[in-house]
Ligand binder design. Structure first.
Ligand code: NDP
Length: 328
């Protein structure tokens, strides 16, 4: 088998095409031949060493493929099943998905609906379940509420816009370019702010008649954090779920009082799919929306697995829209 491995942290150049022995599935595990692997911003954090993993390591936390071998005690899965999974631990206990093959614990895998293609499944396991928990669990969006979605044309962003609209909420998106603005509108955003040119806090206030929004879904972090707090209505929530522009520095909780008894959370998908029941329910709903066409998945670009470093360059360079998928 082949995989994209890193032996040291650093820039995209540390990602190497490597030949490895194909692993055997142990008890409670399956060996999967990967058909499509999702690229996520978290892969960049692991590659750079912002998040730690034991080295050498195969990058990648999400994929879809076909079961080739089943280990003992792996009930519910058979050779030939089409499956998908995501794992954000990066612990090394779970093989990376930038690979042709990987061993997956059955506890983390789900069987795909017949009509969902592998690249679609690889595109929504992590980002789709993230948009799902943010809008359905972290801040349960309701009709009549307004949310602000940063990086609204990104992988998570386009899915967040759609799921917020499905909940009946009004969506204000932020993006860096006109092309991205059109994509965000296509995903349902009612208003779009070019946050590289306009003050999004002032715009969010203007668009809500001075009240502010009920929730901000902020994955950009360092460059947006202060103004995200400033965009909220009293008792609103900032769901800070990423740091694409960098990590937010320490701040004084008194600010939450001063700006209107605000709530701040720093959620992580792992805690919203921690049990098998929650994983199956969340993945099941997202995959059923993909199967029915209720949720549109935009694959912005595909790359041969060997060229995974190019996908990272594009993602970090803000040059991408929607999802990036690697094809072995
Ligand atoms: P995106 O497709 O959203 O790509 C990142 C986008 O962020 C860019 O396209 C860009 O959009 C925007 N951005 C703003 N400033 C910068 C910057 N300085 N450098 C790079 N990008 C910038 O990526 P993903 O959908 O994969 O992930 C989005 C975020 O969500 C990441 O921070 C990720 O870690 C986080 N995440 C968190 C999860 C959780 O459970 N906590 C789960 C999944 C993802 P624009 O050009 O419009 O500004």
């Amino acid at each position: 088998m082949h995989a994209i491995q890193i032996t040291e942290t650093g820039g995209p150049e540390v990602m190497k095409w490597t030949e490895l022995a194909t692993p055997e599935p142990g008890p409670g595990e399956i060996l999967v031949r990967i058909e499509a692997a999702g690229v996520n911003f978290i892969d960049v954090y692991f590659r750079k060493g912002i998040y730690k993993m034991p080295l050498p390591a195969t990058l990648g936390v999400e994929a879809a493929g076909v079961v080739e071998k089943v280990g003992s005690e792996s009930t519910g899965f058979r050779s030939g099943d089409r499956v998908a999974w995501t794992d954000r631990s990066g612990s090394g206990a779970f093989g990376g998905s930038y690979a042709t093959h990987v061993v997956v614990p059955v506890a983390r895998a789900v069987i795909l609906p017949a009509s969902v293609e592998p690249r679609m499944a690889a595109a929504v396991m992590l980002q789709g379940m993230t948009a799902h928990y943010l809008t359905r669990s972290t801040f349960v969006l309701r009709a009549g509420q307004t949310c602000l979605v940063h990086a609204a044309a990104g992988g998570v962003g386009l899915l967040l816009c759609q799921m917020a609209k499905m909940a009946g909420a009004r969506v204000i998106g932020t993006v860096s370019t006109e092309e991205k603005a059109a994509l965000a509108r296509g995903a349902g955003a009612d208003d779009v702010i070019l946050y590289t040119q306009q003050d999004f806090e002032a715009e969010a206030r203007r668009l809500t008649g001075g009240r502010g929004v009920d929730v901000v879904y902020d994955s950009v972090g360092k460059t947006t954090f202060d103004k995200s707090l400033g965009s909220l209505a009293p008792r609103g929530m900032l769901a800070l779920f990423g740091g694409s522009s960098g990590t937010v520095p320490p701040f004084d909780p008194q600010l939450l009082n001063a700006k209107g008894s605000l709530f701040l959370t720093r959620p992580n998908l792992a805690h919203y799919v921690a049990t098998r029941d929650e994983l199956v329910a969340r993945a099941g709903e997202v995959l059923s929306w993909v199967a029915s066409g209720t949720l549109k998945v935009r694959i912005g670009a595909t790359f041969p697995l060997r060229e995974a470093a190019e996908a990272h360059r594009a993602l970090e360079g803000r040059a991408t829209t929607g999802k990036l998928v690697l094809l072995p």
